[in-house]
Design a protein around this ligand. Structure first.
Ligand SMILES: NC(=O)c1ccc[n+]([C@@H]2O[C@H](COP(=O)([O-])OP(=O)(O)OC[C@H]3O[C@@H](n4cnc5c(N)ncnc54)[C@H](O)[C@@H]3O)[C@@H](O)[C@H]2O)c1
Length: 342
């Protein structure tokens, strides 16, 4: 068992900052050595706020740094493949934000590099570590709702990220619905076999020009005979609304609620409660727990619970959903894999 894992975080935007903060002071067995962002001011400010004496605007320098055991990649999606492959080639363990890569061929190259160089990799599907999702999984596995036959998920963001982010995100199926594709595999204990998808631009007109949508629906069938639907939205002004439901042959399990604090205001006009505002508030514990799991695995040498293969499996569903949306036809995953290997 190794005492300490020396880490660096690359990309310090909406998410990278939280990973750096967790590694700096909240995750046992981790030492945050350096933070990196191509925008120097971002790296310098993060280092100052977290009390680190090292930061860099040259992420490349971290691959060859002998003081670093593990890299956390929270850079834009289009950079994940190159970063992960370089990390593996230099013997660094990898935590990579979702999605694993932007394209399926890149995912294969990442998996190959990880195998060849014998490093460990965890993908940032933090919902698996959220106490509510984890408890739902435990109860389903214990047989409390019988055989899972239907998965339903709602993921709604209050507003869209800016056009610059959307442009490089890979689109709603890859960037957003992918969390639910992974949650579906996790909770149903089954693999998706066909995907149908619809999408519309309802509010954010700039998405038309970027070929993206702000509302979508994915319909899945699973190899267990189960089915499911996933609604994704970037127009839920009221807050960050994340829910999932698994219907079983003997009961149903419902995950998530809108309420942020457990407080109600009652007046003669009626009752009010607040609403979860955004992802850092909803998944704060999950981000910390997923990072603790990653560090625990690196210390003991065990494979993380969410690997590069899980990253690829969710990516396949996202690629199938994108194709189904574009063609208007249902896509069989077996067919997508045949094309991928041609
Ligand atoms: N798990 C989740 O719920 C979740 C939530 C948000 C984002 N993400 C993922 O995290 C990744 C980053 O998203 P974000 O919202 O934090 O983006 P962001 O745009 O807020 O931040 C990205 C940061 O990376 C920096 N950067 C760009 N290229 C770089 C490079 N080559 N090396 C180092 N730094 C670089 C940018 O300057 C910026 O500070 C994306 O892949 C996204 O899909 C995951």
């Amino acid at each position: 068992m190794r005492e300490t894992i020396r880490c660096a975080v690359m990309g310090l935007g909406r998410l990278g900052y939280w990973h750096a903060d967790n590694l700096a002071s909240k995750v046992k067995g981790a030492k945050l050595v350096c933070v990196a962002d191509t925008v120097a001011v971002q790296a310098e400010r993060t280092a100052r706020e977290l009390g680190l004496d090292r930061w860099t605007k040259d992420p490349e320098s971290l691959f060859t740094d002998p003081d670093i055991d593990a890299l956390v990649i929270a850079t834009p999606t289009g950079t994940h493949a190159e970063m992960a492959i370089k990390a593996a080639e230099h013997g660094k363990h990898i935590f990579v934000e979702k999605p694993l890569t932007r394209h399926l061929e890149e995912a294969d190259a990442v998996i190959e590099a990880i195998r060849e160089h014998g490093v460990l990799c965890q993908v940032g599907f933090m919902r698996r570590f959220d106490p509510a999702y984890a408890e739902a999984k435990r109860r389903i596995a214990a047989g409390d709702i019988g055989k899972p036959v239907y998965f339903k998920a709602v993921s709604r963001d209050p507003v869209s990220p800016p056009a610059q982010f959307i442009k490089n995100s890979g689109g709603m199926f890859l960037d957003m619905a992918i969390h639910d594709y992974d949650a579906a595999r996790f909770l149903m204990g089954a693999e998706a076999c066909s995907v149908a998808a619809h999408g519309s631009v309802l509010v954010n007109e700039f998405m038309e020009r970027l070929g993206d949508v702000d509302q979508s629906l994915t319909y899945l069938t699973f190899d267990s005979g189960a089915a499911g639907d996933i609604e994704s939205s970037r127009i839920a002004l009221y807050g960050y609304d994340i829910r999932a439901e698994v219907i079983g042959t003997e009961g149903t399990i419902v995950v998530g609620s809108l309420r942020h604090h457990d407080v109600k205001i009652l007046t003669p006009k009626g009752g009010l409660h607040d609403i979860v505002p955004a992802f850092p508030e909803r998944f704060r514990d999950a981000f910390q727990l997923e990072m603790q799991h990653y560090i625990d695995c690196l210390r003991s040498g065990e494979r993380p619970a969410v690997t590069e293969e899980d990253g690829k499996a969710a990516l396949e569903i996202a690629a199938a959903a994108q194709l189904a949306f574009e063609t208007g036809s249902k896509v069989e995953l077996s067919e997508l894999r045949r094309r991928d290997t041609k």
